[in-house]
Design a binder for this molecule. Structure first.
Ligand code: PLP
Length: 345
């Protein structure tokens, strides 16, 4: 049975073209900065994000961790969203490894942090308080349903952040999905921030890796931190080669995933047993809840769907997340709808 895996876009396998590029990649020792494929990926990434320099890292988690450790010292404070990936899902790395204190500002349902809330969270110069150094935002916002932050919002927040002498980091794991949904160049979303991380390995299909981008001096610092964290790799052009294909071939097709997510949502919204979240999907992920009429919880329904060859994410007692990506074609959308109809009615 074909497996249709809608649990996440992290499940994407590399394309045939990526596998060929990996096999043919020129490599060198990247700790010596002698891997030409890595160097070329980093140049491409910096150019796409409109930053001076960039650094290939093993994961988005490492990229965000380095971005914060480069700015916040021991006991300093970073302001981030209460539902942010960095706060919820990065194993507390900033505190465990950097002794960085965090202040969680409530994420609004549209993924934003209210400017008033951020303003109020910035510490006064007072020996009782930690020193605020940085604000982190996330676009698209995973936990808020894959919602998109606009260029205007990003500029407004950056203006506040910079006026107070702080730095701004963007967790842009899915920043190309945000740009595709808005129909803007990704630079519109990255220009206002100092640093940005984006994932090559989600909707862009590369097997491994993220890229951290910023100024030349920031990346110099970041390179040392990456080494300190054990993330300096050697002939890693093998992986960067897939990342280059991701940047050249995969960013422009993300609107297809969004269109399929909308078709999947339209079908699901016709079922009595399934209640789609308002507005969902905003990008490539859709969230919904089982109706009261359905007996059984999300876990048991997910098992029944798995028996039909369909894997979905369970995010609550009665809640699901379905993520559309490169390996979900029109047939997969049809098959998923058939299975949901059969199982939840
Ligand atoms: C996936 C993701 C990351 C990084 O995850 P890794 O699995 O460490 O690559 C960071 N932020 C967001 C919003 C993500 O979805």
């Amino acid at each position: 049975m074909t497996r249709i895996d809608l649990r996440s876009d992290t499940v994407t396998r590399p394309t045939d073209q990526m596998r060929r590029a990996m096999a043919d990649a020129e490599v060198g020792d990247d700790v010596f900065m002698e891997d030409s494929t890595v160097n070329s990926l980093q140049e491409m990434a910096a150019e796409r994000m409109g930053k001076e320099a960039s650094l290939f890292v093993s994961s988005g988690t490492m990229g965000n961790l380095i971005a914060i450790l480069a700015v916040c010292g021991r006991g300093d404070e970073v302001i981030l969203g209460s539902l942010s990936h960095t706060f919820l899902f990065e194993a507390g790395g900033i505190s465990a490894l950097g002794s960085v204190h965090s202040c969680q500002v409530p994420n609004q349902s549209d993924g934003t942090l209210r400017l008033e809330d951020v303003k109020a969270a910035i510490r006064a110069n007072d020996i009782h308080a930690p020193v605020t150094r940085q604000v982190v935002i996330e676009n698209t916002h995973n936990r808020c349903g894959g919602v998109v932050l606009t260029p205007q919002y990003t500029r407004d927040l950056a203006e506040l952040v910079h006026s107070r002498g702080l730095q701004m980091h963007l967790d842009g794991a899915r920043i190309f999905n945000a740009a595709a949904a808005l129909g803007v160049d990704v630079k519109e979303l990255t220009a206002p921030v100092d640093t940005v991380t984006f994932c090559l390995s989600k909707g862009l299909c590369a097997p491994v890796g993220s890229v951290l981008c910023g100024s030349t001096s920031f990346i110099e610092k970041a390179r040392r931190l990456r080494k300190q964290l054990g993330g300096g790799m050697r002939q890693v052009g093998i992986l960067a080669a897939a990342g280059k294909v991701a940047l050249t071939d995969m960013t422009s097709r993300l609107a297809e995933d969004h269109a399929r997510a909308k078709r999947l949502a339209a079908g699901l919204s016709e079922l009595n047993g399934f209640h789609l979240d308002t507005g969902s999907p905003f990008t490539n992920m859709l969230f919904g809840t089982l109706s009261d009429s359905v007996t059984g919880d999300a876990r048991s329904i997910a098992s029944a769907l798995a028996a039909e060859g369909i894997l979905v994410g369970v995010t609550g007692e009665r809640r699901f997340r379905l993520v559309v990506h490169y390996w979900i074609d029109d047939q997969a959308v049809q098959d998923t709808l058939m299975a949901f109809k059969k199982i939840v009615g």
